[in-house]
Design a protein around this ligand. Sequence first.
Ligand code: SF4
Length: 332
Amino acid sequence: MGDAVTGAGGTPPSVVFGPVPSRRLGRSMGINNIPSKHCSYSCVYCQVGRTTNMSVTRRVFYDPDSILRELTEKLDEVRAGGDAVDYVTVVPDGEPTLDINLGRLLDGINSTGVPSAVISNSSLITYPDVREELMRSSWVSLKADGVRTEVWKAVDRPHGALRLENILEGIMEFSRDHSGRLVTETMLVEGMNTGTRDLEALADFLAKVGPATVYLSVPSRPPAEPGIGPPSTETLNRAYQILASRLENVEYLTGYEGEDFSRSGELVAGLLSILAVHPMRESAVLRYLSDVKDPEAKLGELVRDGLVGREVHLGEVYYLLRPPASSDGSGG
Ligand code: SF4
């Protein structure tokens, strides 16, 4: 979507999509509630390119009643086809809280009987009205790419009016008041927010927030800037271990496409699915593979084939999926 289709409160183009399978949300119907690239950030890894409409001012984009009519029609179609929708997720190619009608939209979604979810970059969580509106959603994902100003500025390239310390405070405040499921998402960008001290500081902050799950993702191609790619398996493993040492539920949002590996059998496919979510200790991997004839040989084969990475962290050997694929959410 571009500016040509932007109508201040007018009839939107088709902004309801899906349902699509989401690892976090099951079958999710998506709502792209603002035109492309209206955002308060211009993240180096953004899958929809550089931000062309940088703003921190909430405003009207589309008429929420039109969006809700389209949603109701699509939900009816899906249900008539015998399909189910687990969540309706507000996940535009920009920052959803810029939409001044977000609260009305969420009320409308909730009234369909399907719970609402929002994937936000957290930047406007400093506004009381944004916090109040997000409170209406039973599942909220907040971005946390770094807790040091230099890191945040380098990775997220925020609007000049934003202050990281206020955003972190806003996240804390929201986490205290929100009664639904709050998760966070951190995009790991090699060499930018993957230093050990930065990850430890992030882990300390998130431990205070107490998200239900801390999701880690990696840039998928093509990102907004050239040269931004997935971190090495060493970095992925180290990041996981640092965060998991302070937080209970840490998961990678890296994808795993099973069909390439189906010939290797269900057991191996199952192992790769787990390794896509988090690294496993060697002993756990061998236990998992204990039904194959020679677990150690099979593991060695997976490493040689380049499917699995082997990393040592604090004297312990871990395995994780390699290379990571894409995150399941680009917006926010
Ligand atoms: S990744 Fe999300 S927050 Fe970052 S620029 Fe893209 S749309 Fe905005």
